[in-house]
Design a protein around this ligand. Structure first.
Ligand SMILES: C[S@@+](CC[C@H](N)C(=O)[O-])C[C@H]1O[C@@H](n2cnc3c(N)ncnc32)[C@H](O)[C@@H]1O
Length: 292
């Protein structure tokens, strides 16, 4: 007998934020009905956690909101009614700081590389088998996984500042060698490609480090954020809105943006001059200057 098609679950059709409101209402009602003790709190957390995990058709940030909303509301309530001392707020903050130290947050918040963002990378960088590839700031390991998929013959390594994130990445990516540490203090000289998914503000510093430490034929790859004022050697566009900018470590081996061939003036002068010196362009700039 032919199976009847199942109707789409009711939950899928609910517009956001109704799923969150319903989950919090269910958790809050259970908590009140059970007299608001520790057991009631545990039941409420189970209800909102189950809704966060099982609600169909919503993204991970909404799941996080559904799961975290109820315990946070109970914490606020306990603080407001004096059931907890005011310093109790510090506990979740301390846990957050432990998981995600300030330095890591300042350099780049935790956003994962989309799974297909690096598809086609090998065709552009043509790395030999056994090439060493680093994800600088590897977070939970999504970039490591994408690199492993795109460059299966490469040795994948990661460095991550946050201890808990590095631990999770190690568990998730058994194929990669992951160290806990500061990527700015790490020596990049042995790598054939350094991959970054950081912040626009970090890119000039990353280019400077790559220019100083990487071999001339090595690559610097950056998801989403370009090195300011530098023409990439290639761009990979596998996922819409997430270009991967690819730079040979020495800019002198590729075409530079026209501004760098002229001595820059004004506020950007120091920055451009630094990039020029870094990538061996300062001579050309000076020559152009002398010839004028
Ligand atoms: C946007 S996430 C990218 C995660 C991963 N690369 C990916 O693409 O899935 C940036 C990561 O860099 C880490 N990070 C930031 N500054 C760092 C530093 N100085 N040293 C090591 N890791 C750092 C952060 O903790 C965060 O996990």
């Amino acid at each position: 007998m032919k199976a009847l098609p199942l109707s789409r679950p009711f939950a899928v059709r609910l517009p956001w934020p109704l799923p969150a409101l319903l989950a919090w209402l269910a958790a809050g009602s259970a908590w009140r009905l059970l007299d608001g003790g520790v057991f009631a709190l545990a039941i409420g957390i189970v209800i909102s956690g189950a809704a966060a995990l099982a609600w169909p058709g919503i993204g991970r940030w909404r799941r996080l909101l559904i799961g975290a909303g109820f315990p946070l509301a109970v914490l606020l309530h306990a603080l407001a009614t004096g059931a907890l001392p005011a310093w109790a707020w510090l506990l979740p903050c301390a846990l957050l700081l432990l998981a995600y130290p300030l330095r890591a947050w300042r350099d780049a918040p935790l956003f994962p590389t989309p799974p297909d963002a690096l598809t086609g990378l090998q065709a552009l960088v043509a790395l030999p088998a056994g090439a060493r590839v680093l994800d600088a700031g590897c977070g939970l390991g999504h970039g490591l996984q994408a690199l492993h998929d795109a460059l299966p013959a490469a040795q994948i390594e990661g460095i991550e500042f946050s201890r808990p994130l590095a631990l999770v990445a190690r568990r998730r990516c058994g194929f990669a060698r992951i160290t806990r540490g500061d990527m700015w203090r790490q020596d990049w000289s042995g790598f054939d490609l350094v991959y970054l998914f950081q912040r626009p503000e970090s890119m000039a510093r990353a280019a400077e480090k790559a220019g100083r430490e990487l071999r001339p034929d090595a690559w610097l790859a950056s998801l989403e954020f370009e090195v300011p004022g530098v023409q990439p050697s290639a761009v990979l566009r596998s996922v819409a809105g997430k270009p991967v900018w690819l730079y040979r470590a020495r800019l002198s081996q590729r075409r530079a943006v026209p501004e760098l061939t002229q001595p820059p003036r004004g506020a950007a002068a120091g920055f451009c001059r630094r990039l020029g010196v870094l990538f061996g362009l300062s001579d050309r700039s000076t020559a152009a200057q002398r010839g004028r």
